[in-house]
Design a protein. Structure first.
Length: 306
């Protein structure tokens, strides 16, 4: 692959190959036997949104694969004073070996991919969060043994994580149930396209309907970055969409609970659930590094193409 911008860019078989390689890299790290496909490479990390897990996991992963990471915040570049993104992209393309980008509009990452001449990895846009979804799938695979026959539930906002779950369900063929309040559903064109392609996806406004029999119950903050002004409104709209012990009673026994973090405990998820025996939230966060290492390796031309 030239870039990793969306799961829709990867056939299902190649997504599974990335998960297989991520699991292998996770096994190799404690042994001190990690490959160094990024040796001699410098990767830029252009982050226009705040980050904890994404930044640290990418920087650590690049280091472990033998490369160097340069963190670029907009306020420390001329993007903050209005330099055209195309100009920044063309300059970075002359210094770096790849770009990890965390930004707002998905069109911005597409512009960087077009004009930089570098492999670009999507570390989050308003429309897609494919690296997080890979980590989610690796976590489920570790705990279930397989993604075959999976029934997953998404409870909450029809945001970039919901989009990415839709893309994954389309590419891998598992069942997905989304519960979103009216007016906060995922993009209709994306969902319609997935359904026309044969994806098994149900959209409902009832969280219990989505959770019924699900082996994975997943959620996210009700107000994401950039939506702070909507926080109070969203808290009212999303009342009843909390992942709590009552909702888990509708799911399959021992259903896996996921949350991409940061969590607003007591809102979209309770302390009891996130700290409970069904929670895989911190394993999920750990797996971010390994799936991203697999993507970095593939883009470094190590022979594991997507």
């Amino acid at each position: 692959m030239n870039h990793f911008l969306s799961l829709l860019d990867c056939p299902g078989k190649e997504i599974l190959n990335l998960l297989l390689r991520a699991a292998e890299l996770k096994r190799l790290k404690p042994e001190g036997n990690l490959p160094k496909p990024l040796a001699g490479q410098a990767w830029g990390m252009l982050f226009e949104k705040h980050s904890t897990r994404t930044r640290v996991s990418f920087e650590a992963g690049i280091f472990l694969l033998g490369g160097g990471a340069l963190f670029l915040a907009p306020q420390h570049t001329h993007l903050d004073r209005g330099e055209p993104l195309e100009d920044t992209a063309r300059v970075l393309g002359r210094y770096l070996d790849g770009l990890v980008v965390r930004t707002h509009g998905h069109d911005r990452i597409e512009t960087l991919a077009q004009w930089s001449g570098l492999p670009v990895i999507n570390a989050l846009t308003d429309r897609n969060h494919p690296c997080q979804l890979l980590a989610d799938l690796l976590t489920v695979q570790e705990l279930r043994g397989s993604l075959e026959g999976l029934v997953a539930a998404w409870i909450g906002d029809g945001n970039n994580m919901a989009y990415s779950w839709i893309a994954a369900a389309r590419q891998l063929g598992f069942s997905l149930r989304l519960a979103c309040p009216k007016g906060y559903e995922p993009d209709g064109d994306l969902l319609d396209s997935a359904l026309k392609a044969g994806a098994d996806i149900l959209l409902t406004t009832d969280p219990r309907e989505a959770a019924r029999g699900a082996q994975v119950v997943n959620t996210d903050a009700w107000a994401s970055m950039g939506q702070e002004a909507e926080k109070e409104t969203r808290e009212k709209v999303f009342d009843g969409y909390q992942v709590n012990t009552g909702l888990l009673q509708a799911a399959a026994p021992q259903a896996i609970v996921l949350h991409c973090l940061p969590a607003y405990r007591g809102q979209e998820i309770t302390d009891e659930v996130i700290e409970g025996p069904q929670s895989a939230v911190f394993r999920q966060a750990e797996n971010r590094m390994y799936v991203q290492m697999a993507v970095l390796e593939a883009l470094a031309g190590a022979g594991r193409q997507c």
